[in-house]
Write a protein that binds this ligand. Structure first.
Ligand SMILES: Cc1ncc(COP(=O)(O)O)c(C=O)c1O
Length: 383
């Protein structure tokens, strides 16, 4: 539990601060919990379906989810990825977290390695460990883009998969098309050399939260043995509803075994199937997302102010996280921020010591209220 998560620790310490100083006097950037309400259309569809009595719609279903929802998703993905994908390639899951567990349980034998570039979403460690897999952490470049040489040197006969996350939590980095093509080439040639598949798993719950016209390149178009995992948690702002899906590349091998394995694991991990009602709702909301310009405005507000104060960081392309350099040791700096009643998470909690994460999916008053504290610490340490 000591290593469980810096995010949760900060969140809990924040709760104590809020009790002492009052909610409005604590500036909480610790959690990636979207602050925007779901789009109006979500509520329209939700209400319309909630009052419809359909026989059998509250019973057990196929462990992969409702066929009509999977088909609607496949149709949308086919268009988005320029590739024919059918409902059979989609498995509805309990969020991206559920999807990652299903995929890792399906793929991993004990001791198999999953290569992950850091900084990264730390839950990956626990998810991999759930199935006795081992995470092999590699460095990214200074701008947090993938370092293909580092990935190459981590590949071994034990590698079962490379797991990427773009847009990235905590850095906001989106990997460009050329990098994804390079990664695909690398995995292709290593798979040939080893005489077996290395899978590319892409965790993309933030794929619709992108800025400045940057797009997330399609891994399904880039690499045959690819598995996309995403959710509606962030793009529709419904993380509590626990809905996501896995899309397996129709060219992946051995396709039937992969799909059947994942459907089996969805069942036997105890999820049985993803939440029924929300599956029916999202069937009608394909391609929709919250108004991303709201997050972009918050990003710009924060980036402009922190830059002026002297903080240094890479401007994020997507997601709702900023990952600035800590002017002193990141854990100490986060403690200093706490004294200013600002809650952030040390980069050490993401395998990125020397940085700190600000989740800016918060109300504007939180950003405005925190700026004087950030300024005082910049004056003290950034000089
Ligand atoms: C990178 C990343 N992957 C997966 C998840 C889990 O998403 P979900 O709520 O859809 O399970 C999160 C949640 O914050 C995340 O940041």
């Amino acid at each position: 539990m000591e290593n469980a998560s810096w995010i949760r620790r900060m969140f809990e310490e924040g709760a104590a601060l809020k009790k002492e100083f009052g909610e409005k006097n604590v500036f909480d950037f610790s959690l990636g919990n979207p602050n925007i309400e779901p789009p109006d259309k979500f509520f329209e569809v939700f209400s319309a379906l909630a009052t419809k009595k359909l026989p059998g719609k509250h019973g057990y279903m196929s462990n992969a989810g409702y066929a009509e929802t999977r088909e609607a998703i496949a149709e949308y993905l086919s268009e988005e990825h320029g590739k024919e994908i059918f409902g059979q390639h989609i498995i509805m899951t309990c969020g991206a977290g559920g999807g990652l567990n299903v995929v890792l349980k399906t793929l991993l034998d004990p001791g198999d390695e999953v290569v992950i570039s850091k900084p990264y979403f730390v839950e990956y460690n626990f998810y991999t460990d759930n199935y006795n897999g081992v995470t092999r952490l590699v460095k990214t470049k200074d701008d947090f883009s993938l370092d293909l040489q580092e990935i190459q040197s981590a590949l071994s006969p034990k590698t079962k998969a490379v797991l990427i996350n773009s847009p990235n939590n905590p850095t906001g980095r989106i990997y460009d098309k050329q990098t994804i093509a390079g990664l695909a080439q690398l995995l292709d040639s290593k798979s040939r050399e080893l005489g077996r598949e290395i899978y590319l798993i892409s965790d993309e719950p933030y794929s619709k939260i992108v800025y400045d016209g940057v797009t997330v390149p399609s891994i399904l178009a880039a690499y045959k043995n690819s598995i996309l995992i995403t959710s509606y948690s962030k793009d529709l702002s419904i993380p509590g509803e626990r809905l996501g899906f896995i899309a397996v590349n129709p060219e992946a091998t051995p396709l039937d075994q992969l799909l059947n394995g994942m459907i089996f694991c969805n069942r036997t991990l105890g999820f049985v199937n993803a939440p029924a009602f929300i599956q029916r709702v999202v069937q009608h909301l394909q391609g929709m997302s919250v108004d991303v310009t709201i997050y972009q405005r918050k990003r710009d507000l924060l980036c402009r102010a922190l830059k002026e104060m002297g903080y240094s960081f890479i401007t994020p392309d997507g997601a709702f996280y900023l990952f600035p350099k800590a002017p002193i040791n990141d854990i100490e700096f986060v403690r200093e921020l706490q004294k200013e009643r600002i809650l952030a998470v040390p980069g050490s909690g993401f395998g990125g010591p020397g940085f700190f994460r600000i989740a800016y999916c918060v109300e504007d008053w939180v950003i405005a209220g925190a700026l004087p504290g950030f300024k005082r610490l910049a004056d003290k340490y950034c000089g």
